[in-house]
Write a protein that binds this ligand. Structure first.
Ligand code: OGA
Ligand code: MN
Length: 297
């Protein structure tokens, strides 16, 4: 349903942010209703650039959720400590609690958020992983606290032939519980553990919309690779992780307050950079549920 008023309000400009991936989108008000043509233009830009940055969008959580729902149903996080009290669809990527108090650096929630400083794809541990995430920078840091993104189409294309052969047709295990081996997070409850048993996903996938081939890895959750012993799997994940983080594949986002950044979890990985945990960083994320199982390329 097209609406002339909404179309007139939105006059998109799309500016690529670098050679690897990412584009800035201006001339749009995400707080208001978006007509179907504008939404389709955003979707096209998203599939082309993988990461979209919308500067200066001071959305309420409710407006953020409404925008995110245009792309699909939203996840609710399976852990109580991460969910915001305000809305179950909001994942609080913050070192500030629901009452607005800075949490201690050794608080388990802060420890868990800090594990996002390693490359990953959100919710890859679900049987149907997330399609994309939308993050709102509410209180941003001056120094550090950037978010980096890597283009997994280019990463796959850039692998040498021997590695492509080595990973062809193999699946990696994505286990939420693997996080607990990486840092002092709050131990999972039995219910949380049972809610998220390990899943096996193809290492090389075909993107359901673009039909392009990309690497599908999420090293903070990957603890095994089909047909490999543990040492070999750990080494391969580390090798792919390092390769994926090469400059030529990466866009580094430096946050301004009220940036909205959306990324495609199917063909990118992302990581935060460290920052001074004595400064406040408040980011609200919605996570769009994927439309179906991961398809091997
Ligand atoms: C996330 C995430 C990185 C950051 O929100 O999923 O990994 O920079 N965030 O906060
Ligand atoms: Mn993340």
């Amino acid at each position: 349903m097209s609406n002339a008023t909404d179309s007139a309000r939105n006059n998109l400009t799309i500016r690529p942010l670098g050679a690897a991936l990412g584009a800035e989108v201006t001339g749009i008000d995400l707080a208001g209703p978006l007509d179907d043509d504008t939404l389709a233009a955003v979707q096209r830009a998203w599939m082309e650039h993988l990461v979209l940055v919308f500067p200066n969008q001071p959305l309420s959580d409710a407006q953020h959720i409404s925008f995110a729902k245009r792309f699909g149903a939203l996840e609710e996080h399976h852990q109580e400590i991460i969910k915001s009290r305000a809305a179950p669809e909001i994942f609080s990527v913050s070192n500030v609690d629901d009452d607005g108090n800075l949490m201690a650096p050794d608080h388990p929630s802060v420890a868990q958020i800090s594990l996002a400083q390693r490359w990953h794809s959100d919710s890859s541990f679900r049987p149907v992983p997330s399609l994309g995430s939308i993050l709102h920078g509410i209180e941003v840091t001056e120094d550090g606290g950037e978010t980096w993104f890597t283009n997994m189409y280019k990463v796959y294309d850039g692998l040498d032939e021997a590695t492509k052969v080595r990973i062809a047709g193999r699946r990696a295990c994505h286990d939420f519980g693997h996080l607990a081996t990486l840092g002092p997070i709050k131990p999972l409850t039995e219910a949380e553990r049972q809610a998220m048993p390990p899943v096996w996903q193809p290492l090389v996938r075909s993107h359901p919309i673009t039909e392009r081939t990309c690497l599908f890895l999420s090293p903070i959750y990957n603890n095994a690779i089909e047909g490999m012993d543990e040492d070999e799997a750990v080494e391969l994940v580390a090798e792919l992780n390092e390769f994926a983080g090469r400059d030529e594949f990466v866009y580094r986002h430096r946050w301004s307050r009220d940036d909205i950044v959306m990324w495609d979890n199917r063909c990118t990985m992302h990581r935060a950079t460290p920052y001074d945990l004595a400064t406040r960083r408040v980011m609200h994320r919605t996570t769009v549920i994927g439309k179906g199982p991961v398809v091997a390329a």
